[in-house]
Design a protein around this ligand. Structure first.
Ligand SMILES: [Zn+2]
Length: 314
């Protein structure tokens, strides 16, 4: 069988799926830890691709990477969660190994494509996708095309400045959306408030996680509840900015933090209404959860491959 291989690389896991290149149906899917003592992540990826494609003919590979890329050169400029992937020539390495077309893009860009092609974004010409987890990634589709910009670096909505004197962002700047509404930001806010003397059911627990904050909020803890209200306020403010720039018909929110549902969506919607400059921006707007869940990265990599490979199926 002739195969398309798609991969979603994260700081924790590498996921790979094999698709029949003529029907696009998925024939196999595997995942492994990204990092293991004594092995480079790139070698683990290569081994996994070899393993899933053995006994078949490889036609093309498409990969989503959680970092900044030079799309023209096929180089990962920086990948904060994967040590060593700085100015990393991933396309050249994989081309030498497999000698097939290699497509690489930012994982959130591909997730946007995945929702647009195979998920809840189908039929929308103008779409925004935001993944809210450790950080905030995003992808923008305008007139049925992924927005890439001059160097392929467009659509970094998580690094929009909302509070110039706000908290430090993962990128090194201050007051970005990511530093105010990501899972990391929500936890940091709760910790700082406890530190300053606020009482909370989380006060006694060491090293509580996002899920603990969610449970505390659901059980009536006012600080935990407020942390989501605050994140939603900034998220709504940011989305209002994005609506003014892109005027999409759908905004899709993915990532672990969106699992809390209304706790985040309600304050986000309310803040969005407060900050939008005309009601027409939100009249027909769908603000919704991702429909593809954990598979969004793989589906996006497949959509990207098919679009680039000149395949007539789509
Ligand atoms: Zn930032």
């Amino acid at each position: 069988m002739e195969l398309y291989i798609v991969s979603d690389i994260g700081g924790t896991q590498i996921r790979v799926a094999a698709h029949d290149s003529s029907t696009l149906s998925c024939i196999d899917q595997k995942k492994i830890a990204t990092q293991r003592q004594g092995q480079y992540p790139i070698q683990r990826l290569i081994n996994l691709i070899r393993d899933i494609s053995k006994d078949h003919i490889l036609k093309a590979i498409s990969i989503g990477v959680p970092g900044f890329l030079d799309l023209e050169k096929g180089i990962i400029l920086n990948c904060p969660n994967i040590p060593g992937w700085v100015n990393f020539p991933i396309r050249q390495i994989l081309t030498e190994q497999f000698n097939v077309p290699i497509y690489i893009n930012n994982d959130a860009n591909l997730a946007a494509l995945g929702e647009w092609k195979y998920g809840i974004g189908q039929g929308h010409k103008n779409l925004l996708y935001l993944t809210i987890s450790t950080g905030i990634g995003s992808g923008v589709i305008i007139n049925n095309q992924l927005l890439l910009g001059t160097k392929g670096l467009a659509g970094e909505l998580g690094h929009t400045t909302l509070e110039p004197n706000g908290p430090l962002c993962g990128c090194g700047q201050y007051g970005h959306l990511e530093a105010l509404a990501s899972g990391t930001a929500i936890k940091a806010y709760v910790e700082a408030q406890i530190e300053s003397g606020r009482s909370s059911t989380l006060s006694g627990s060491i090293n509580f996680q996002g899920n603990d904050i969610f449970l505390a909020a659901r059980n009536g803890d006012s600080l935990a509840f407020e942390a989501y209200q605050r994140a939603g306020k900034y998220l709504g403010m940011a989305i209002a900015n994005f609506l003014h720039i892109f005027n999409p018909s759908i905004v899709i929110l993915g990532g672990g933090v969106t699992q809390v549902g209304d706790l985040l969506f309600k304050p986000t919607e309310s803040s969005l209404r407060d900050h939008v400059i005309r009601p027409e921006y939100i009249d027909m707007l769908q603000l919704t959860k991702s429909s593809l869940g954990d598979d969004v990265g793989l589906q996006g990599a497949l959509a990207y491959l098919v679009l680039n490979n000149g395949n007539q199926i789509i």
